[in-house]
Design a protein around this ligand. Structure first.
Ligand SMILES: Nc1ncnc2c1ncn2[C@@H]1O[C@H](COP(=O)(O)OP(=O)(O)O)[C@@H](O)[C@H]1O
Ligand SMILES: CC(=O)OP(=O)(O)O
Ligand SMILES: [Mg+2]
Length: 233
């Protein structure tokens, strides 16, 4: 179980991050000496802090349930909550684990859907949908703040994954009020999902980059099958 979870964790937090970290600097002609936060927001969601081309931290932990609020995963919790839930719901550890991984996050809070596409149109009419979106964005903003501290500042922020690439209002909510850090979105660019969505001359360049987890997983498996001295990731 641990091996499986760790593998999933590496695939989600790692594969997308590695692809972005490896290809972003070259693809965008950005210097490698940068402080970058990668926000991969899909069903599984994670953030990574990248310093000078090396990933120094990722938000998923011992299992993929940790870190950001996700489609059906709770993200980071007070450890005391697990005991509380087991007692009050009268469920065992396996049921509790299922609850935290498959019935929490956007789905658990909204009680409607784990899918951001279902929630966004309901944001103004359904309080539960609005709360789920607000929680998702608030937690992402907190991680952004945490990783900017880990990196001693920030040069670039990258959004990827189904939500990160397509949900302009989510990106706007996460970045709202972050001018103190140099993050300021240009509204039209953001609404059009342009490659760069920050204002011209902003201290932090904010990118939207399509990432392909499946391709990255395939590449990583091929790398693992190669002799160690020829591995590049
Ligand atoms: N146009 C869109 N607007 C808002 N959310 C979107 C859009 N397209 C995809 N998403 C959201 O992206 C998430 C899925 O992300 P994706 O990266 O495809 O998933 P997975 O992690 O399973 O690979 C879902 O919450 C989905 O609603
Ligand atoms: C860990 C992971 O990638 O999860 P999901 O398949 O939900 O995106
Ligand atoms: Mg994913």
């Amino acid at each position: 179980m641990l091996a499986v979870n760790m593998q999933i964790h590496i695939i989600n937090a790692g594969s997308s991050s590695i692809k972005l970290a490896v290809f972003t600097p070259a693809g965008l002609a950005m210097p490698l000496l940068q402080r970058i936060i990668l926000a991969h927001l899909g069903n599984g969601a994670s953030m990574a802090a990248v310093l000078d081309g090396r990933c120094i931290d990722t938000s998923m932990g011992f299992t993929p349930c940790g870190g950001l609020v996700m489609g059906s995963r709770c993200g980071d919790l007070d450890p005391g909550v697990i005991h509380y839930i087991k007692q009050h719901e009268n469920i065992n550890s396996q049921q509790c684990n299922h609850l935290l991984n498959h019935q929490s996050g956007l789905l658990g809070v909204s009680e409607i859907s784990a899918d951001m596409r279902d929630l966004l149109p309901l944001e103004n009419t359904d309080q539960r949908a609005a709360q789920a979106i607000e929680l998702f964005c608030y937690q992402a903003k907190k991680w952004l703040g945490a990783y900017s501290a880990s990196l001693h500042g920030l040069d670039a922020l990258v959004f990827s994954g189904g939500i990160g690439e397509n949900a302009a209002s989510v990106r706007a909510k996460i970045c709202a009020g972050m001018q103190y850090l140099g993050i300021e979105l240009e509204q039209t660019r953001n609404n059009n999902h342009e490659d760069i969505i920050s204002i011209a001359g902003g201290a932090v360049t904010v990118h939207v980059i399509h990432t392909d987890e499946e391709q990255m997983i395939a590449k990583m498996v091929c790398e693992l099958l190669m002799p160690r001295e020829t591995q590049s990731l």
